[in-house]
Design a protein around this ligand. Structure first.
Ligand SMILES: NC(=O)c1ccc[n+]([C@@H]2O[C@H](COP(=O)([O-])OP(=O)(O)OC[C@H]3O[C@@H](n4cnc5c(N)ncnc54)[C@H](O)[C@@H]3O)[C@@H](O)[C@H]2O)c1
Length: 331
């Protein structure tokens, strides 16, 4: 299936590049996105010297090896500091392309064009870029804000595999839990998780929340850490499943992590039982939730202690007090 380019989104990008005197543009896409949408960014070629690089799809491409291949190709083609990288894809491409752009010639301009729900609401924003080393996710990277994120074109969601849609939905639930009870209530009344049910205004809200937190703490030292809600257990589950050779998408692991972290907060008396139960009901409606008995908990333990939020020997969890309890003006 091929999608016609969305003229508003592309025109926005062309105007942006044009107004900043860009003349050389390198599009980085993964093989799936390039095969599905070979002409989406074609209009760029009419205005700029445009070259497309394609990398294999999937997390396995988020490596230093892959970054080096791209650096070498940029160098072979004699791109200078004024080249603009356009990352066309999901979070993997935004992270990899953002990292290459942040480091090539000590930093060139970079634009994200997100094509997954997870990238539209989260990964394309905030400037965290990087690659994995062995099985350690995001082990090497830098924080460097993209020069532009092209606003979400929800038509991309029509071709997204259902597990990837769920993965983005997991992060969407997280933003609602953190920042907006209204959004949470709307998600509760969503009849089924399909691309058509994802409302553009939900995406815009998440982007607003993320950008608000990032503006307070771009370097991820204080306020931004709240975005890790669900990630302490979520990352442990993700690593444990990967080690068993049964990887789960990031946002799916986060959804499961949120359920268990909310239960924990309710047990500690930090969150009302009613709120933890609402989170549990919403997560269970859309995700297969594994039962974590004592044996599983023991197996997760080593992964919990690897979490980058930990201080000294203590596993650190994000503490929240109720659904939507962090105060940001609603958009
Ligand atoms: N930088 C950040 O702030 C941040 C935040 C969250 C996650 N991440 C990173 O993002 C990555 C996960 O991102 P993701 O979930 O978008 O995964 P992804 O980029 O690997 O994409 C998932 C799959 O969907 C395919 N795909 C992409 N768009 C499509 C479309 N429109 N139609 C059909 N298929 C499509 C891809 O080819 C891939 O196979 C991880 O590496 C994670 O560490 C980064």
């Amino acid at each position: 299936m091929e999608k016609k380019e969305d003229s508003n989104h592309i025109q926005h990008l062309i105007d942006y590049l044009w107004n900043r005197s860009a003349h050389q543009v390198v599009v980085l896409a993964d093989a799936n996105v390039q095969a599905l949408y070979p002409h989406y960014l074609s209009p760029l070629a009419a205005s700029f010297d445009c070259h497309t690089m394609v990398v294999p799809a999937g997390e396995a491409s988020k490596t230093l090896d892959q970054a080096e291949k791209i650096w070498r190709e940029l160098l072979d083609r004699q791109y200078g500091k004024d080249v603009v990288m356009v990352n066309f894809g999901g979070g993997m491409i935004c992270d990899l392309g953002g990292f290459v752009a942040a480091t090539y010639k000590r930093g060139v301009r970079c634009v994200n064009v997100p094509t997954t729900l997870l990238a539209m609401i989260d990964a394309a924003y905030g400037g965290k870029t990087g690659v994995d080393v062995d099985h350690v996710k995001n082990c090497v990277g830098v924080i460097r804000q993209p020069d532009l994120v092209v606003p979400a074109d929800v038509a991309f969601l029509q071709t997204l595999p259902v597990e990837e849609l769920k993965s983005g939905f997991g992060e969407l639930v997280k933003y609602a839990v953190l920042f907006s009870e209204n959004l949470f209530t709307e998600l509760e009344s969503m009849p089924a998780l399909t691309a058509a049910q994802i409302r553009p205004e939900w995406i815009a809200k998440c982007v607003y929340f993320k950008e608000s937190v990032v503006a307070l703490d771009p370097e991820d030292r204080n306020e931004r850490r709240v975005l890790n809600f669900g990630h302490t257990y979520g990352h442990a589950w993700e690593s444990y499943c990967a080690a068993l050779g049964r990887p789960v998408p990031h946002g799916v692991a986060v959804a499961i992590g949120m359920l268990y972290e909310s239960r924990r907060l309710a047990q500690l008396g930090t969150m009302p039982q009613e709120d933890a139960q609402r989170i549990e009901r919403l997560v269970r409606r859309h995700f297969n939730v594994p039962e974590w008995d004592e044996t599983v908990m023991k197996q997760l333990n080593p992964y919990l202690f690897q979490d980058k939020k930990n201080e000294a020997d203590k596993v650190v969890f994000v503490e929240i007090h109720r659904i939507g309890g962090l105060f940001y003006k609603e958009v």
